[in-house]
Design a protein. Structure first.
Length: 187
């Protein structure tokens, strides 16, 4: 392996890293666009729901009707907020998964390039076996650490997703329980 070949491999690795950086930037911008669209749609829906609620409250004639109306107005707003939380988590999870795939791809390419360079260097140099073994061992340890960190991040994402789902379900159940207890009181 010549220095020219090593240089070409390094240049190719740098180009691949730049391409990955562009992919990260595009994924980030796509995610920002999704978050902004979600926020705008949610704000629009909540605002229109509030306007509708104000109109209904303005037409109330007595306290009993106001209490009955109050029970029916809260549920849709809570459901919209719960839907927002689910959608927000879905976008965040999707973005994280895209980033992990990009990192894994880049790591694999980097490992191949380094391995090729080290193997070429081992063929051309005489007494570098111990040093190359140490470098390969360090690379292997770094890969193992990356894999464990990646696995931990996926577990955290799974736990977070389960937490969001459980919270949304608990809010819905609590709201329904509260609404049914109010309707029993008014009956």
């Amino acid at each position: 392996m010549t220095i020219s070949t090593s240089t070409e491999q390094i240049i190719a690795a740098q180009k691949a890293a730049f391409d990955t950086l562009l992919s990260f930037a595009n994924s980030s911008l796509n995610s920002i666009e999704k978050f902004n669209s979600l926020n705008l749609a949610t704000a629009r829906n909540l605002f229109s729901g509030q306007l509708e609620s104000i109109g209904k409250l303005a037409s109330v004639k007595n306290p009993q009707d106001a209490q009955a109306l109050n029970q029916t107005l809260a549920q849709p707003q809570i459901e919209k907020i719960a839907a927002y939380a689910r959608q927000f988590h879905d976008i965040a999870s999707e973005t994280q998964e895209e980033f992990v795939k990009l990192l894994e791809s880049q790591q694999a390419e980097l490992n191949d390039t380094l391995s090729s360079i080290l193997d070429g260097y081992a063929k051309t140099s005489g007494n570098s076996g111990a040093a190359l073994a140490a470098i390969k061992s360090a690379i292997s340890a770094a890969n193992s650490a990356f894999a464990k960190a990646n696995q931990a991040a996926r577990q955290v994402a799974g736990i977070t997703g389960a937490g969001v789902s459980a919270t949304v379900q608990a809010i819905g159940a609590a709201n329904q329980t509260q609404a049914s207890s109010r309707s029993k009181k008014t009956a």
